[in-house]
Design a protein around this ligand. Sequence first.
Ligand code: TNX
Length: 485
Amino acid sequence: MTLIPAPVSHIAGDGSFTIAPETRVAAPSAARPVAEYLAEWLRKSTGFAVPVAVGPASRGDISCGLEPGHPPNGYRLEADPTGIRITASDTAGLFAGVQTLRQLVPIAADADSGWSVPATTITDFPRFAYRGAMLDVARHFFGVDDVKRFIDAIALLKFNVLHLHLTDDQGWRLEIDGWPRLTSHGGSTQVGGGGGGFYTQADYSDIVDFARSRFVTIVPEIDVPGHTNSALASYPELTCDGQAPGLYEGIEVGFSSLCIDSERTYEFVADVLGQVAALTPGPWIHIGGDEALATPADDYIRFIDRASGIAAATGKTVIGWHEMGRSAGLPAGTIGEYWSFTTPEGDAADLSRRFVDNGGSLIMAPGDVAYLDMKYDASSALGLEWAKGPTSLEDAYGWDPADIVPGVEEADILGIEGPLWTETVTTLAEAERMAFPRIAALAEIAWSPRRERDFAGFADRMAGLGEHLSALGIAFERTPNVPWR
Ligand code: TNX
């Protein structure tokens, strides 16, 4: 069975089910959107009509059924010569089962057996609740259609979160009412020049709605108090000397800061976070807090104390990069995003444990294995190298989130994330190629039960997934040690 992420269990049966011109998708009305999504994908693949039948399933159907008793987001998939049945307790579980089915259906009809799916019983559920990818739309801007395509691509691997890094020194990408220059001026640039771009609030809602149709939650990040040059350039009142810096198109970090002792700063933060929260149905809001090297240490703590409270007052659960653990005033339950290495450096482990001690949890995104913007090897044209050099597919697969921060255990970990920073990444095809296949390794770490990691077995399955990626038009790097077909 060539599935990524590997399921919890699968038992091969006898024979196979063949998808035929008369095959229907059957589902109760509560599962209709998932059934329509599956049918639409089957139509595109097979060219058959694939009607959706709302109501009980008949022999020969592919059915989606809701029943109690499955773990959250888990499912069972049974295929035998009489049909395929996907059952789950929630529609997110059905959707995960449908992603499994997408990998079981061949990319082309076989001359002898047609569109056949081998008989199997799969029982499956996720290890972690938060299975995230991050796209940095600030260093280079990616339009609404690109973001939707990226969401579609990660949904195949059962990711359920897309964190959007919406603001940074090089660009402000979300329209904020009452602060038009953030986007008209601050959104006009990106790394290396060539113009920027931004989402209107309607664009952002369009992304959120599309993501929801793929059972993906958008986590918006407004990075403060550093990484704010685009805002400072747009509104000099956010600086301490009242002088707007110029726009910035380089790739340095750590040179900008909001003015910590100005009330206007907190009005700005409240206004922005209030609007972002109102536009975002998901439970989380990310306020960055990383690499605030231009903010004095005491000021940083005072700022995070206050800004995290403003963020929590929107009703969302606050997420911040692990440096925010320096603040002793974080709202209870604040989530830390760990981005040090698989062997923690400096105070990263101590700061991260504070989120857990404060009733929160951690998202693990260790830079040396989970960063999708690192070069694959020294010869890669794209990517950076600061996180302990290049990151091979083997590196991306060979770690475990529960082995990193001493004293932080499985239950303290909300999930993992693969950040795709875009200093060197300019197009969606480049973004896909940096992400795939490493993001498939992260998907397996996030979803599959903790097992001994067998890279050779993973690489065989990866070769199978590569065929699906090609069929879907998703670019990927042909990394060594995978028997790509
Ligand atoms: C560090 S990791 C950053 C980003 C850069 C990235 C490049 C983190 C929280 N901040 O600002 O884009 O490295 O790899």
